[in-house]
Design a protein around this ligand. Structure first.
Ligand SMILES: Cc1cc2nc3c(=O)[nH]c(=O)nc-3n(C[C@H](O)[C@H](O)[C@H](O)COP(=O)(O)OP(=O)(O)OC[C@H]3O[C@@H](n4cnc5c(N)ncnc54)[C@H](O)[C@@H]3O)c2cc1C
Length: 410
């Protein structure tokens, strides 16, 4: 793939019109945290048929899970069965991410965690019954999901330092632990809670399991949104669990035999490639605003675009846009070919794109001068939002280690 097709462009334009009509006028409310993003996202789902597509995805996932369960009963393992989406499906997911990220990257985070991380975890690990019970409502956005692995003491070393536990109890499990920085945590109806099975053994030898929690569960407290630097349209919170009893059917897969660690690579790859599309949206918007400003802002009797130092900024932004867009095309093209991006490559993409989005947004602030520092001109918001791309989904440093590990293992 070397460019967007005419179909892609017309879909992009429709989404762009929706974003400009429905989101742009509400950015201030979303930014101040007065307006949770979910109703606008639901309207987008209804407008573009994404709700119906969600129902179809859930039905397909259920059929796959039934096949997996039947194979397991025969003693076979279909866990490794490849499940790649077509290039067009991936493009259709990326176009709204890019368009939303031009104004509200936080909405992508809220959406991606709910219909991506949370629903995908349930679909890839759940039994057919669990998929029917929870994934369908997440994929249609009828319910909001959260995916909780990070704890106050465990971030980059998510599995190694994890303290949250599950202990077997009569008819189920008792869950304990605190999770932090959880996207949608304050509002989530359905939460994937990742913890270790405590069998009075050494914590480093414990199995990692995942459970589904529902809002209002006894012993579960969902905090208010945390105050943060950017991504204000994506509510982030803490979860506190004190002796939360859950029956056996809340354990994803309803078996302790499938460790959460197996298959975690797929989750990491999906998270990392999603950031590439977000970075493109941020860069495109910063570049467009900067070009307009460079043509119209006059200093020393000339538009600032006449100055070579300003031209250098614009040219570097354009090079970043071209590179990041090409990575988006590569991700789509791999899916068209039925291939999956290796984790180390996804790490490389995320590292490059997150850093590029940050650099471009900061250069845009500089190009706008004092106005760049003012909220009214939008680039300061995009600069604050871009920073988190270097932190969540694995920090830059973790991506670097992943790339280097892969090189040195070769
Ligand atoms: C807005 C936001 C939303 C989030 N949403 C979610 C969510 O929905 N669910 C969820 O579970 N988590 C979520 N997170 C958590 C996120 O994934 C973690 O913040 C991230 O993985 C980093 O972990 P940490 O914050 O504990 O930093 P730490 O791991 O403590 O890292 C601190 C610093 O040390 C560096 N470092 C750590 N280890 C190494 C190493 N081996 N080599 C070199 N440097 C190292 C890091 O790169 C970083 O610079 C979110 C975070 C944010 C900010």
């Amino acid at each position: 793939m070397i460019e967007w097709s005419d179909t892609h462009r017309s879909i992009r334009d429709m989404v762009r019109r929706f974003v400009e009509a429905e989101i742009k006028p509400k950015v201030t409310e979303l930014e101040h945290g007065d307006l949770p993003p979910y109703d606008i996202l639901r309207k987008m789902f209804a407008t573009f048929g994404m709700r119906d597509m969600g129902e179809i995805r859930a039905a397909k996932a259920q059929a796959r899970a039934e096949k997996r369960a039947a194979a397991r009963a025969r003693g076979e393992d279909l866990q490794q069965e490849e499940r790649t989406e077509s290039g067009d499906q991936v493009a259709m997911q990326m176009l709204p991410i890019i368009e939303l990220s031009r104004f509200c990257p936080g909405m992508v985070t809220a959406l991606g965690v709910s219909v991506g991380l949370t629903a995908n975890t349930i679909m890839s690990r759940g039994t057919p019954r669990q998929i029917e019970r929870w994934a369908k409502d997440l994929l249609t956005l009828d319910k909001i999901g959260a995916w909780a692995i990070t704890e106050p003491g465990s971030g980059s070393d998510a599995f190694g330092s994890m303290k949250a536990t599950a202990r077997r109890a009569e008819g189920g499990y008792r869950l304990n632990g605190n999770k932090t920085f959880i996207t949608n945590g304050p509002y989530a109806d359905t939460i994937v809670f990742i913890c270790k099975l405590d069998e009075d053994n050494d914590p480093k030898d414990r199995k990692v399991l995942s459970f589904v929690l529902e809002r209002g569960e006894k012993g579960l407290v969902q905090s208010k949104p945390l105050k943060k630097m950017g991504m204000h349209s994506s509510p982030t919170g803490e979860l506190f669990l004190e002796d939360v009893f859950v029956p056996n059917d809340r354990l994803l897969g309803e078996t302790e035999e499938i460790s959460y660690r197996s298959g975690a690579k797929d989750t990491f790859t999906a998270e990392r490639t999603g950031v590439v599309a977000m970075a493109l949206g941020i860069i495109e918007q910063c570049l467009q605003l900067s070009v307009e400003y460079a043509k119209t802002r006059v200093q020393f009797g000339r538009p600032i675009g006449d100055f070579q130092l300003i031209q250098l900024k614009l040219a570097k932004m354009e090079v970043a846009r071209m590179n990041v867009q090409n990575l988006v095309f590569r991700i789509i093209e791999l899916s068209t070919e039925g291939k999956r991006m290796p984790l180390a490559e996804a790490s490389g993409c995320k590292l490059y794109c997150a850093q590029s989005a940050m650099e471009v947004a900061l250069e845009a602030v500089q190009l706008f001068g004092g106005n760049g520092y003012m909220a009214e001109f939008q680039v300061e918001q995009l600069a604050r939002d871009a920073k988190v791309l270097q932190i969540y989904g694995g920090t830059d440093e973790i991506q670097i280690s992943q790339i280097a590990r892969s090189l040195l293992a070769g």
